[in-house]
Design a binder for this molecule. Structure first.
Ligand SMILES: NC(=O)C1=CN([C@@H]2O[C@H](COP(=O)(O)OP(=O)(O)OC[C@H]3O[C@@H](n4cnc5c(N)ncnc54)[C@H](OP(=O)(O)O)[C@@H]3O)[C@@H](O)[C@H]2O)C=CC1
Ligand SMILES: O=CC(=O)O
Length: 322
């Protein structure tokens, strides 16, 4: 009998594959930092019973139509906007992601980015390393206070709540906006539900943690940035496409807002000549929200477990139900 074929779209440790190797034929793209080329992905998908994908792999109709044997896609991310989930489900393919396991690590990064942007940590460190620190002065690199300010979280889900928990330690007032109220966060963290409009006009820190959907795409546009306080700092750890990056650039250049901390971009990797990267009040990171060694290892093991469960005919631990 043919053994099920599993294709992994990025190099991961062979050690992690032990649980799959006994029962399945496993193959992987052997590069850690380079995504699998599209033609190879399509060829592999055509043979695969299971795919372990990255958020940079586009799983669209073309791929799904080529993937006649495919039973499960395990995406190494909680976000799944890279996958046409409805089309996968229609074809009987189970889609899995990695919620929960990355929540704390991503919230740590979001809060670190907020702090780095507010307190100009990257600028300050660069000045010291470049030998440009000429001495102490009263307003040298004076940034914005974080404590006792108002944080507005758009997307108060698992990660949003965990960022809010960190904000309580800084005595911050917490506002949030979702499509539906999160009463648990209100009770546990003292968060207050507001409209999107109220949140963006009153918060000192606006933190985006929604998934990328048709509704959230471009939600931070010119109009939104114009409504923010001139002292506001915008933090995005969601997906780049929730932001109109030209509008953000304009808002920063015109001083309509004070700064931005960005872990995600519309085009990843962002080109080094992108206008946003020329601004001193932008802290830009290479999409590292969940990138701690422990969490990434846990995410890989969860994907492997999900694949094994589905190929053995069972239910995955974490399934995407849009
Ligand atoms: N930068 C990085 O490395 C990482 C980025 N992420 C991103 O963070 C996202 C959130 O993850 P997680 O917290 O686990 O997901 P959750 O599903 O737990 O939370 C998402 C939240 O967004 C809200 N939301 C959805 N649509 C809208 C909308 N149109 N307007 C306002 N709020 C909305 C949801 O509430 P409601 O349904 O009531 O609207 C929910 O509270 C991921 O989808 C991913 O894109 C995640 C991990 C790492
Ligand atoms: O961006 C990362 C994710 O897990 O989603």
């Amino acid at each position: 009998m043919r053994k099920p074929y599993v294709f992994i779209t990025r190099k991961i440790s062979r050690e992690a594959l032990k649980g799959l190797n006994e029962s399945f034929v496993v193959n992987m793209w052997e590069y850690e930092e380079q995504p699998v080329p599209r033609d190879i992905l399509l060829e592999e998908a055509a043979k695969a019973d299971a795919l372990l994908t990255m958020l940079s792999d586009k799983v669209d109709l073309e791929l799904l139509d080529a993937a006649r044997n495919l039973k499960v896609i395990a995406n190494l991310a909680v976000g799944y906007d890279n996958i046409d989930v409805a089309a996968a489900i229609e074809r009987g393919v189970t889609v899995c992601n990695t919620p929960d396991i990355l929540t704390d690590t991503t919230a740590d990064l979001a809060f670190a980015l907020l702090m780095a942007t507010a307190r100009r940590i990257v600028e300050a460190a660069e000045i010291v390393k470049a030998g440009k620190w000429t001495g102490w002065s009263p307003l040298l690199l004076a940034g914005h206070d974080i404590h006792h300010k108002t944080i507005g979280i758009v997307g108060m889900g698992k990660i949003g709540e965990t960022v809010a928990k960190r904000a309580t330690g800084f005595d911050m007032e917490i506002l949030y906006h979702n499509r539906s109220r999160n009463t648990e966060a209100e009770e546990r963290l003292g968060a207050r539900y507001t409209s999107f409009e109220e949140l963006i006009t009153t918060a000192d820190f606006i933190v985006c943690l929604t998934p990328l959907t048709d509704e959230t795409a471009g939600m931070f546009n010119k109009e939104a940035f114009q409504k923010m306080k001139q002292s506001a700092i915008f933090i995005n750890v969601s997906r780049g496409a929730v932001v109109d990056e030209d509008a953000l650039f304009e808002a920063l250049v015109k001083g309509e807002i004070a700064g931005a901390g960005l872990d995600v971009f519309k085009q990843e990797p962002i080109g080094s000549d992108h206008p946003l990267l020329t601004l001193p009040n932008v802290v830009a990171l290479p999409h590292i929200g969940s990138a701690s060694a422990e969490t990434r290892q846990g995410m890989i093991m969860l994907c492997i477990e999900n694949i094994a469960r589905v190929l053995y005919g069972g239910q995955p631990k974490t399934i995407v139900n849009p």
